[in-house]
Ligand binder design. Structure first.
Ligand SMILES: Nc1ncnc2c1ncn2[C@@H]1O[C@H](COP(=O)(O)OP(=O)(O)O)[C@@H](O)[C@H]1O
Ligand SMILES: [Mg+2]
Length: 247
């Protein structure tokens, strides 16, 4: 090994909100430079894993390690500072703040004005459509535009690793395609992506490899090509007798 291990490693994680464990013995690796996906039907525990990584709902046991730091006892702001960004489920933008204010709030941890300005410039270069709308209230924008603001917010901390929680939810097929193309561009610019999704077909179209979660457990893993053909993945969506995954 040379240099620091940049992978994010989840080892035997159990996470609970109250008494029952939602995540049960989850282990996975997000390799630097990859688009790694986590597939699973509604309620399988995908958001809970993101919350565990970010320290919002820390694991009850197990380890989460990123760049040689153990995250599971660390406060969220320190985890973010290590280079982990998030685009939360449901595109949470502040409706009464402008586009520019939404982006600036997401960089509030960075005090150097020139660094913030540089990040803003990169977000506006990624989403030229937002440039002319920087003074518009986010709540008055379309769903697709709010999706861009939400991704832009995720980039304002200049993450090495971006956790993306169900970006396709509630978007039209055209906007899903656009969103995934944007994620691919962000990846090409050097950001590792952990893409959590129900949408199997489009997700495996851009992911390097992935894991499938069912009832809080990893039931199978592999390359995108292997997962497409994996009966365990199909079963995770439709039960043991399942035939076809939703497209
Ligand atoms: N804040 C919470 N308090 C208690 N239970 C929760 C909470 N959030 C999620 N759960 C439960 O955890 C399970 C997994 O939820 P979640 O991680 O949101 O799944 P997914 O993101 O895959 O749809 C579900 O059974 C859900 O009801
Ligand atoms: Mg979820």
């Amino acid at each position: 090994m040379t240099g620091m291990d940049e992978a994010l490693v989840v080892e035997q994680v159990f996470t609970a909100y109250d008494r029952a464990d939602v995540l049960q013995d989850v282990s996975l690796r997000i390799e630097p430079g990859s688009i790694t996906c986590l597939l699973g039907s509604n309620g399988s525990g995908k958001t809970t894993l993101i919350r565990s990584i970010l320290g919002l709902t820390p694991p009850r046991s197990g380890r989460i390690v990123f760049r040689e730091n153990e995250l599971s006892r660390m406060p969220t702001h320190r985890i973010v500072r290590l280079g982990i960004g998030c685009i939360p489920e449901g595109r949470r933008v502040f409706p009464r703040l402008t586009v520019l204010e939404n982006l600036l709030v997401a960089a509030h941890d960075e005090r150097r004005a020139e660094v913030v300005a540089g990040r803003l410039e990169r977000v506006f270069a990624t989403f030229p459509q937002l440039t002319e709308r920087r003074s518009q209230l986010a709540g008055t924008m379309s769903g697709g535009e709010q999706a861009m603001v939400s991704i832009g917010r995720g980039l304002m901390s200049a993450p090495r690793l971006l956790l993306v929680d169900e970006p396709s939810l509630g978007l039209s097929p055209r906007l899903v395609q656009e969103t995934f193309a944007v994620l691919q561009r962000i990846h090409e610019a050097g950001v590792t992506i952990f893409l959590v999704e129900q949408n199997v077909h489009q997700t495996l179209g851009i992911a390097t490899r992935g894991y499938v979660l069912a009832k809080g457990r990893v039931v199978t893993e592999g390359t995108a090509a292997a997962l497409r053909a994996d009966p365990l993945m199909h079963a995770a969506y439709f039960g043991a007798g399942g035939t076809e995954v939703r497209r």
